[in-house]
Each structure stands twice: as structure tokens, then as C-alpha cells.
Ligand binder design. Structure first.
Ligand SMILES: NC(=O)c1ccc[n+]([C@@H]2O[C@H](COP(=O)([O-])OP(=O)(O)OC[C@H]3O[C@@H](n4cnc5c(N)ncnc54)[C@H](OP(=O)(O)O)[C@@H]3O)[C@@H](O)[C@H]2O)c1
Length: 323
């Protein structure tokens, strides 16, 4: 039986490397009006967590806290069971199985989490266990790019084996696009299973010389550039990236193309997280979307989980089990 006054949480007091996190007992949060509290069964460590822990890039501290992080506990993805509801909540009740993301306050690296009932939270489809429902973060970031696609568009996804890349392949297919996935040797089978129409092995072939043109090229791992990918784009084709690019080139170019109005280079930040999580629940219920999971860590081993994610070698999602 759990002690309901205090809970285990991975706590941070400053920016720094994974080792600065410690597992402590802190007060269980009480849901305010309009919030639900859930018992977290599964969480993840993603690149947002690792970047936020280090306070990198520095300008991101405008949102997360200039000198020290505003949030005491990281963790954006969650899946669990509602165990209390605040005043005025009618969309969820105690016992509901829910999943979602907490992009502003984080907090899922703990045994309990409070989140607005009208936030990015939805019921887990009945067919899914908890550990297959922590899929929100990478998918939400990917959606900022895949939402540009229409049926029949041609897109190339570079780095289709990470959390964002594996999501992007599936979301692009769900929108009816033709998808070429670029991955390394160990992920060829994965890309095929995710539904990519054609797969290029970046270790044995120069993907920029495949002789095809695309409406959209998406650098989903921050390992290529507009300059390298430009020959792949058709006349109005868009290069979209998850990262700043070499020498912050993606920031410079997206600003420049924004001024000229062509918007050919973009670093899209996804919007409407609540709507997206509900859409994701529908896709998962229809079997049109699934998470790709790598290693599982206990909350006590969170430092190791962060270290692994920082290798930039994970396949899809790294899972944390708080209890
Ligand atoms: N700043 C933030 O808050 C933030 C938040 C989220 C994401 N992001 C950015 O979004 C990007 C993707 O994040 P993610 O979590 O999806 O990444 P991830 O899961 O860490 O990506 C790792 C995958 O990339 C593959 N990879 C490594 N080097 C590659 C290369 N040269 N070419 C192609 N694939 C390569 C790896 O497999 P192989 O090595 O076997 O190919 C591995 O499967 C990153 O650039 C990250 O910085 C930033």
C-alpha cells in the first residue's frame, strides 16, 4: 500500500548533467479545480527531458527558467490511472486509464502527477497496456511537420528510427503521403514495419543522390542540413527540421524564408497538444499508430536512463516505470 501523503519523485534543483537528479520523497500534489491527479504507471525520458535538464539551448531557459529550472521534476509523457479529480471535472473519473503529455510543467518522473482535465490527456484505448501508451512526446513534435502533408504528397524522413522519426513515418502514412525513410542498417526492418514505402540505408547509400524529388524533407534527428537536402526538393518543397542545424543555420534560414514568404525551411513547433493527444488515441484505437520502445528503467535508475538517451542512439522511446 502506498503512502498517500508523500511520493517518490526524481527531483532537480538546478541545471546540469543526469547525475544532479535525486530520488526523494516529496508531497503528493493535490488536484486544483479543473485538474485530475493520476497515479503514474509509465513515463519516458525523451530528448526534451535531457535538453531541459541541461538548460540547453540557453534561449530555451526563457521558458524553463533563466537561472534554475522552474519545474522540480521532469517527465513529459505519462500513462496511468486517475486517482483524484478536482472540482468541476466531468470528463474523467477515478479509475480511468489515461495517457498524454505535460509539455509546460513536466512532472511525470514521479508516482503522482496533476494535469488540467482539458490539457493533453485522453483515455487509453482498451486494446493498449499502459506501457504502450507513452507515445505522446515524439509524436506531437513529429506532427508539427507531418501536418503539412496532404494525401499523395511525397516526403522523405531522415532519421526515421528515433522517437520523432518513428512517429513521423506513421503520421505521414496516416495522412496518405508516400514515405521514404532514411535509417541505418540496424533499423531497416523497423522502417519497413512502420509502413515506409521505400527505405534508404544512410550507411551504404548517399540519400541525397537517390534521384527523386519530394514535397517535404524532414530531418527528424538533426543530423543533416538544408544545403545537403536541397537537391531532393521539388520547386515548392519544404525542408523541416527538429534541430537548430549546423551553426544554427536552420534558425537563420527559417527566419530568412519567413521574411521572403516562401517558408521553404521550417523548424515547426507543434500546437494544440490536447487535440493532438485525442487524435493519437483515435489512431491507436484503430491500430494505425503504435509506439516503438527501447529500454525500460525503474525510477531509481533514472540517471542511467538519461545517460542512455544522451547517447543519441535510442530506438524510439525510453520508458520509466515509477513503481
Ligand atoms: N531541444 C529539445 O527540447 C528537443 C526535444 C525533442 C527533440 N529534439 C531534437 O529532435 C531530434 C530527434 O529527437 P529524437 O528523440 O527523436 O531522437 P533520438 O530518438 O535520440 O534519435 C536517435 C536515433 O537516431 C539515429 N541516428 C543517429 N545518428 C544518425 C544519423 N547520422 N543519421 C540518421 N539517423 C541517425 C539512431 O540510430 P542509428 O545511429 O543506428 O542510425 C537512433 O535510432 C534531435 O535532434 C533532438 O535534438 C530536441
Amino acid at each position: 500500500m502506498k503512502n498517500r501523503k508523500t511520493m517518490k519523485a526524481a527531483v532537480i534543483d538546478r541545471y546540469g548533467p543526469p547525475e544532479i537528479q535525486s530520488i526523494r520523497r516529496v508531497a503528493v500534489p493535490e488536484p486544483s479545480a479543473g485538474e485530475v491527479r493520476l497515479e503514474v504507471h509509465v513515463a519516458t525520458v525523451g530528448r526534451t527531458d535531457t535538453a531541459t535538464l541541461r538548460g540547453h539551448p540557453f534561449f530555451a531557459r526563457l521558458m524553463t527558467g533563466l537561472l534554475k529550472p522552474k519545474m522540480q521534476t521532469l517527465g513529459m509523457d505519462f500513462a496511468g490511472v486517475v486517482d483524484a479529480v478536482g472540482d468541476g471535472v466531468s470528463s474523467f473519473k477515478v479509475g480511468d486509464r489515461v495517457f498524454g503529455i505535460s509539455p509546460e510543467n513536466f512532472g511525470a518522473h514521479a508516482e503522482y502527477l496533476c494535469i488540467p482535465a482539458d490539457g493533453a490527456i485522453a483515455h487509453i484505448p482498451d486494446i493498449l497496456p499502459f506501457d504502450q501508451a507513452v507515445v505522446g512526446e515524439g509524436a506531437w513534435y513529429a506532427s508539427g511537420t507531418t501536418d503539412m502533408l496532404s494525401k499523395g504528397d511525397r516526403c522523405l524522413i531522415y532519421g526515421a528510427s528515433g522517437a520523432i522519426g518513428t512517429a513521423a513515418v506513421q503520421l505521414a502514412k496516416a495522412r496518405g503521403a508516400f514515405v521514404v525513410a532514411v535509417v541505418g542498417t540496424r533499423h531497416l526492418e523497423l522502417a519497413k514495419n512502420l509502413g515506409a514505402d521505400h527505405i534508404v540505408n544512410y550507411e551504404t547509400e548517399d540519400f541525397t543522390k537517390i534521384g527523386e524529388r519530394f514535397d517535404l524533407v524532414f530531418d527528424a534527428v538533426g543530423k543533416t542540413s538544408w544545403r545537403a537536402c536541397r537537391p531532393l526538393l521539388n520547386k515548392d518543397g519544404v525542408f523541416s527540421a527538429t534541430d537548430l542545424g549546423p551553426g544554427w543555420s536552420n534558425i537563420v534560414l527559417s527566419t530568412w524564408f519567413g521574411i521572403t514568404g516562401s517558408r521553404r525551411v521550417r523548424i515547426p513547433f507543434p500546437e494544440n497538444a490536447p487535440g493532438f493527444i485525442r487524435h493519437l488515441a483515435e489512431l491507436m484505437a484503430r491500430g494505425e499508430y503504435r509506439g516503438v520502445f527501447d529500454r525500460y528503467y525503474a525510477l531509481e535508475d533514472i540517471v542511467d536512463a538519461f545517460r542512455y538517451v544522451e547517447t543519441e542512439q535510442k530506438t524510439g522511446i525510453v520508458v520509466i516505470l515509477p513503481d
